[in-house]
Design a protein around this ligand. Structure first.
Ligand SMILES: [Ca+2]
Length: 463
C-alpha cells in the first residue's frame, strides 16, 4: 500500500474506533451527613422540601433498601472510597477527639498529636481517586474525614483537588471544630470563605471545579449538612447544650408554618439549602452540555440522628437498627438509567466503587479484595441484586442481614426480624425461627473470620 493511502486508511480506522468508544461519563458522588432515610420530600412522610433531589429521583432511580457499612461517619465514608468493609480496610471506628465531648479544649501542641491528626485511612488502601487515575480530573469538596495529617489528605490519596474539612465536623460559619480552624485547600488550612455558610462555600467550590474541568471528572461532594454543628452553647461541659444544626435564618423560617420546634426547623432548612446547592450544580452540568452523560449518585453517610425521627424505621445513627444503617439513595444518569424507577433490591455503599470501576473501564490492583459488585444492571431493572448478605460491627454491637432476615445483638437491644414483613424490627422471631437465627449467627461468624484473615490495616488493629 502506498504511504499516503496507508495513512488515509489508518486515519479512517482510528476515527471509526474513536466513534465506537463511548465517552467516559462524568461522576458526581454526593454524600450528605446524618440525613435520615425518610428525609426526602418525594417520600412524602415529612413536610421536608427537597425539590432537586425529588427531580433527580423522578428522572432516575431511587433505591429503598440501600445500606451503609457503619452507623456513623468515618467508617461509612472509608467504605465508599475503598469499596471495602471497614473491618477489611482498617478504618472501623471514628477518627475524632472524644475529650472535646467533655469540654476539653486542645492546645495547638496537644491537637497536633491527638487522634484527629494521627489517625486516618491506612495509606496502603487505594481510593476511588486512585482507581480512576489520570483518565479523570478528580476532586473532593466538603467533608473528607479520612484523617488530617498530610499523608491522609485527598491530594495524597489519588485526588487532584481538595477544598473542605479534614475532620468530621465544624461550625458551619467559623469552620472551626472546637476552636481549631478546620477548612483546607489542598494540603494547607485556608481561611478562604471564612464566615460563609459551609454549604454555600462547598457549592461555590464544586461549581468552580466542574466549570474548570477539561476532561472527564469525578467530584466527591460531601456536605457536612445536615449534621449538627461542632459548636458548644454557653457551657462546653454540658453535653445537652449544643448548637445543633445550623442554617441561614430564612431557610429555617420557611418551615415556621409546619414545624413548631425551632431546632428541627434548622435541620429541615439545612437539608433544603443543600438541595438548592445540588440544584445549582446540576444546572451547571446541564449548561456544560454534560447532563446526559453524568452519573450522579446521592446518599447519606448514615441514618438520621434523631431530627424528627426515622419512622417507619427503628433506631437512629450509631445503632444497628435499620434507622442507623439504611439511608436514602438516588442514582441519576439520563444516558443509561430509566426515569422514575424505584427499586427495593438489597444494595449497599460497597457497590459504588465496583460500579464506577465498570463504567470507567478501570481496574484496581488484582490483590485488592472488593466487597461489592457493579449495581448498574440492578438499577436498570435488568436483574435482581447479587447481594445476599451484609454484616455490621460497631465495637460490641453486631448485625447481619441475610435475604430479608436481620439479626441484631447490641447494647440497645437485639433479636431476629423478618424485614419483608416487619420493616420496623418490632417482633423478635428468635424463638419461632431458631434455625434461621443460627444461620445468621453462623454467617456473621464466618464473615468475622474472613475479616480477621485479611492483610492487616491500621489504624486500630494491633499488628
Ligand atoms: Ca454522618
Amino acid at each position: 500500500m502506498k504511504p499516503l493511502l496507508r495513512a488515509l486508511v489508518l486515519c479512517l480506522f482510528a476515527s471509526v474506533l474513536h466513534a465506537a468508544a463511548p465517552a467516559l461519563p462524568n461522576i458526581l458522588l454526593i454524600v450528605s451527613d446524618d440525613q435520615g432515610w425518610p428525609d426526602l420530600g418525594c417520600i412524602g412522610s415529612k413536610p421536608i422540601r427537597t425539590p432537586t433531589l425529588d427531580r433527580l429521583a423522578a428522572e432516575g432511580v431511587r433505591a429503598t433498601s440501600f445500606y451503609v457499612t457503619w452507623p456513623a461517619c468515618t467508617p461509612s465514608r472509608g467504605s465508599i472510597l475503598t469499596g471495602r468493609y471497614p473491618q477489611r480496610n482498617g478504618l472501623y471506628d471514628m477518627v475524632r477527639n472524644d475529650m472535646t465531648n467533655y469540654g476539653h479544649q486542645f492546645t495547638p501542641d496537644e491537637y497536633a498529636v491527638s487522634p484527629e491528626m494521627t489517625l486516618g485511612l491506612d495509606v496502603q488502601e487505594k481510593t476511588l481517586g486512585n482507581l480512576l487515575g489520570d483518565k479523570y480530573e478528580r476532586g473532593v469538596v466538603g467533608k473528607w474525614d479520612m484523617g488530617q495529617a498530610r499523608r491522609y489528605l485527598p491530594l495524597q490519596r489519588g485526588f487532584d483537588f481538595f477544598y473542605g474539612i479534614g475532620n468530621n465536623g465544624i461550625d458551619y460559619y467559623t469552620h472551626e471544630r472546637y476552636g481549631v480552624h478546620s477548612m483546607f485547600r489542598g494540603n494547607e488550612r485556608t481561611k478562604d470563605h471564612l464566615g460563609t455558610y459551609a454549604t454555600d462555600a462547598f457549592e461555590q467550590e464544586a461549581l468552580r471545579f466542574i466549570k474548570a474541568s477539561t476532561k472527564p471528572w469525578l467530584l466527591y461532594l460531601c456536605f457536612n449538612a445536615p449534621h449538627s454543628a461542632s459548636s458548644f452553647g454557653a457551657d462546653p461541659k454540658d453535653k445537652k447544650d449544643r448548637v445543633g444544626v445550623q442554617c441561614p435564618k430564612e431557610y429555617a423560617d420557611a418551615y415556621k408554618d409546619t414545624i413548631p420546634d425551632e431546632k428541627l426547623r434548622r435541620y429541615y432548612g439545612a437539608v433544603t439549602r443543600m438541595d438548592e446547592a445540588i440544584g445549582r450544580i446540576m444546572s451547571q452540568i446541564e449548561a456544560k452540555g454534560q447532563k446526559q452523560n453524568t452519573l450522579t449518585l446521592f446518599m447519606s453517610d448514615n441514618g438520621g440522628s434523631g431530627n424528627g425521627g426515622n419512622a417507619p424505621l427503628k433506631g437512629s445513627k450509631s445503632t444497628m437498627w435499620e434507622g442507623g444503617l439504611r439511608v436514602p439513595f438516588i442514582a441519576h444518569w439520563p444516558a443509561q438509567l430509566p426515569a422514575g424507577r424505584t427499586t427495593d433490591e438489597f444494595l449497599t455503599s460497597l457497590e459504588i466503587l465496583p460500579t464506577i470501576q465498570t463504567i470507567t473501564d478501570t481496574t484496581f490492583r488484582s490483590e485488592t479484595q472488593l466487597d461489592g459488585f457493579d449495581m448498574l444492571p440492578v438499577l436498570k431493572g435488568q436483574r435482581g441484586s447479587q447481594r445476599k448478605h451484609m454484616f455490621w460491627q460497631r465495637r460490641s454491637d453486631i448485625a447481619a442481614r441475610v435475604g430479608s432476615w436481620k439479626w441484631v445483638k447490641s447494647a440497645k437491644g437485639g433479636g431476629l426480624f423478618n424485614l419483608a414483613e416487619d420493616l420496623g424490627e418490632t417482633t423478635d422471631l428468635s424463638k419461632q425461627a431458631p434455625d434461621k437465627l443460627a444461620e445468621l449467627q453462623a454467617a456473621w461468624n464466618q464473615w468475622r473470620q474472613e475479616m480477621d484473615q485479611t492483610p492487616p490495616r491500621g489504624p486500630f488493629r494491633d499488628y
